[in-house]
Design a protein around this ligand. Structure first.
Ligand code: KG4
Ligand code: ZN
Length: 321
């Protein structure tokens, strides 16, 4: 079965094509237009998806050496995300389904991030999803059987990276920029507070504010030292909460996914954990992409069938994911 997945929930236009578990193409076009605003402008995101989507689709089909009529199933991101951006992807995908007389399926962006761990996904597994819009701890007992055990009470983890990058005068999106300058930083030079939250909840806004004040009050401090300290605190915090959940639910296997899982320092620290099996997405699948949508869509379609054409997209998390 060949599935084509389309991701347009935020500022990446992604098309992925998978044949069962094999990735035939994974093409992502990131929208540069937002960098001058230091954050995503929803209307511009939707318009840019319209401009890019056919190009990205044709590039992916060419890469996979396939014509559109060879696709058996079309998958798209239904939400959560920016409504205008989601509408572009869902309308485009449904039009492809209708014109080729093939089924379409809409999937959750959060669930599709979990499927970026494919083909290493085994159950039960504890998932730490850390992206620009989400920070979730989810226990997956078996396929599609989710128990949501933690979330952020304010900013998402990736959002905190982006805001701290902005404070330090770095380009948007900031996560990769923080990681880049942190490599030459001395974290011990900058003391930042570890967030304190109940049980499996997360909070990043106090830490972000601490960086803001530190930077304001210590103008001579090397931004690399601040970035390194911020990154260290975030990683310590994520590891502390994840280990605590893994212990409480007696889970050995941990999967870390979402854009922040691209962070090399975070990967290394998780991999150093003793007595756990840690899995990450392939590098190209950490940040938003169409392949994870295709894999998730294929799995869901085989179990639950297609999504009716009149089902709307959604902006905020619905149910568990
Ligand atoms: O999953 P994703 O592509 O989009 C959302 O679903 O939000 O995640 C994007 C987020 C951004 O906040 C970005 O700054 C962060 O992932 N990110 C990183 C790194 N690469 C991307 N954060 C830390 N280190 C990185 N190397
Ligand atoms: Zn995402």
């Amino acid at each position: 079965m060949i599935t084509l997945g389309i991701e347009t929930s935020c500022d990446e236009t992604g098309v992925g094509i998978v044949k069962e578990t094999e990735i035939l193409a994974n093409i992502v076009r990131s929208q540069a237009i937002h960098s001058r605003f230091g954050g995503i402008v929803p209307e511009l995101a939707a318009r840019d998806h319209i401009k890019n989507i056919t190009i990205v689709l044709n590039t992916a089909l060419a890469k996979a050496d396939l014509s559109i009529d060879k696709i058996d199933l079309f998958a798209y991101t239904r939400g959560p995300g920016l409504l205008g951006a989601l509408l572009v992807g869902s309308a485009f995908t449904r039009a492809l389904g209708i014109s080729t007389d093939k089924p379409t399926i809409g999937v959750s962006h959060c669930e599709s991030h979990i499927y970026s761990l494919h083909p290493n996904l085994r159950y039960p597994i504890l998932i730490l999803l850390v992206s620009g819009g989400h920070t979730e701890l989810v226990l997956v007992k078996q396929e599609f059987d989710y128990q949501h055990i933690g979330t952020t009470i304010d900013d998402a983890c990736g959002e905190a990276f982006d805001k701290v990058a902005r404070i330090l005068g770095l380009a948007y999106p900031g996560g990769a920029e923080i990681e880049r300058i942190a490599r030459n930083g001395r974290p011990e030079n900058v003391k930042l507070p570890m967030p304190k939250t109940k049980k499996f909840d997360f909070s990043f806004s106090g830490l972000k504010t601490a960086v803001l004040y530190y930077h304001r009050d210590h103008r001579d401090t090397d931004p690399a030292d601040i970035a390194a300290s911020f990154q260290d605190v975030v990683i310590d915090y994520l590891i502390e909460k994840t280990e605590k959940a893994a212990n409480e639910y007696q889970i050995k296997r941990i999967g870390v996914c979402g854009g922040v899982s691209a962070n090399g320092a975070l990967r290394q620290r998780f991999l150093n954990l003793k007595g756990r099996e840690i899995i990450f997405p392939a590098d190209s699948l950490s940040t938003d992409n169409g392949t994870m949508v295709a894999v998730c869509g294929q799995k869901r379609y085989l179990k639950f069938g297609p999504t009716p054409l009149d089902i709307p997209v959604f902006a905020t998390k619905q149910g568990l994911l």
